[in-house]
Design a protein around this ligand. Structure first.
Ligand code: SF4
Length: 392
């Protein structure tokens, strides 16, 4: 079993940080930045921070350097303050996603004793029972499997942790709740803590200085900030266009996608979490348009809980099953229709059907693509005539 002190080095976001490092956990931030920037450790800290930002900008799925030493604490505190200074949603989401995903992987390496102390440190009402409780059974390929756990968490703490995760399987009604406690496996609880860490990185401390110039007066810190800015400037253009959706080599599809799809792609691009219905819809929709599996998988790679293998399996499975994407009516009742927000004329006013000789409502997002494709092909066909007419 590790001491709490070691756990803080491994997980510097733990509240115990203040106990062991009272000077940096609750002291003057400016003094802390100045002291570390002028210390011998700074070179290591700086390299690891730059590496972390670079990996986040490059959409790497796990931090390549994560060492449980004192520098790890400095890095965490520097990263929080850098995110506050950058004040850029895209940067913050990317870094917070990468950091929290790495946290999840690190938590899963801990034994049950350490996990118990981590949960307690977070002031969670978690109980550990020596004898595991069987709380679920499932049948997989004809085999009956029982699921048991030694951990249970008070349902109020569970709800607090799960409040930002909208997946169906995390709703309280879909979990084993007995006498006020939710029976939960450590890896599922760690996933909730991953989210806690992600949100914490996106939340600014009120101890941060109002005058940023004071921080930029520290040369080493300013150099670090400038280096990260330079990497971001090089990367951001590529990042802006990384979701130009194409299903035929060289053909840009982004203009003919409906608002409901554009909205989900934009959320994914910014690293926001997607609810289960949004995930299913985007996969079924892009599969219906025969997008390559790797392009669909890449869209999910910015999400906080991305797992390449699992996503690839799910996309391929959905493709094999040929699931039909949701209709406009279903999307509207799920609050996923974005016609009004995007002021989209085709979605709002419908289209004129030549066969039925009347205006019709749009009933399906795939219909949107077809109509847009048809209209753009008409423009292309008409263009030569228009040019030749102009030249007549
Ligand atoms: S009307 Fe249909 S296609 Fe248009 S945004 Fe709403 S759900 Fe999507």
């Amino acid at each position: 079993m590790s001491s709490n002190f070691d756990l803080v080095k491994r997980f510097p976001w733990l509240p115990s940080l203040i106990t062991y490092y009272s000077d940096i956990g609750s002291g003057d931030i400016l003094k802390f930045i100045r002291d570390i920037s002028n210390s011998e450790t700074f070179k290591i800290v700086k390299n690891r921070i730059i590496n972390l930002f670079d990996e986040a900008f490059n959409n790497i799925e796990e931090m390549s350097i994560y060492e449980a030493d004192e520098s790890n604490i400095y890095i965490y505190l520097f990263v929080r303050i850098l995110l506050y200074i950058f004040d850029n949603r895209k940067i913050s989401n990317r870094v917070a996603n990468l950091y929290s995903k790495t946290t999840y992987k690190e938590l899963n390496k801990e034994n049950e004793y350490n996990l118990y102390y981590i949960y307690k440190d977070l002031k969670l009402e978690v109980l550990y029972e020596k004898i595991p409780t069987v709380y679920k059974t499932r049948v997989l390929k004809g085999q009956r499997e029982t699921i048991s756990t030694n951990f249970k968490i008070n349902f109020i703490d569970y709800l607090k942790l799960a409040s930002t995760l909208k997946d169906e399987n995390r709703r309280l009604v879909n979990n084993a709740l007995m006498e006020g406690y939710v029976y939960i496996q450590p890896k599922n609880l760690n996933r909730l803590i991953q989210e806690h860490v992600r949100v914490k990185l996106l939340t600014h401390s009120n101890r941060y200085p109002n005058k940023l110039e004071e921080l930029f007066d520290i040369k080493e810190f300013k150099d670090l900030y400038d280096e990260i800015t330079e990497i971001w400037d090089r990367k951001k253009e590529e990042f802006e266009y990384s979701f130009d959706v194409k299903f035929k080599e060289g053909e840009d599809m982004s203009e003919i996608l409906p608002p409901c799809i554009k909205e989900i792609l934009s959320k994914a691009k910014d690293g926001h979490n997607l609810i289960h219905t949004e995930r299913l819809f985007i996969v079924w929709f892009l599969n219906a348009l025969e997008y390559p599996v790797d392009i669909i998988v890449d869209i999910f790679s910015t999400l906080p809980d991305f797992n390449r293998e699992k996503t690839e399996y799910q996309v391929k499975f959905a493709k094999k099953k040929k699931y039909t994407p949701y209709s406009c009516q279903t999307l509207k009742s799920n609050g996923l229709c974005k016609a009004i927000e995007y002021k989209d004329v085709l979605c709002l006013e419908g289209y004129y059907s030549k066969i039925q000789e009347k205006q019709r409502d749009l009933s399906h997002p795939l219909g949107y693509v077809r109509i847009k494709q048809y209209r753009s092909s008409k423009i292309k066909i008409n263009t030569p005539n228009m040019i030749s007419k102009k030249n007549e």
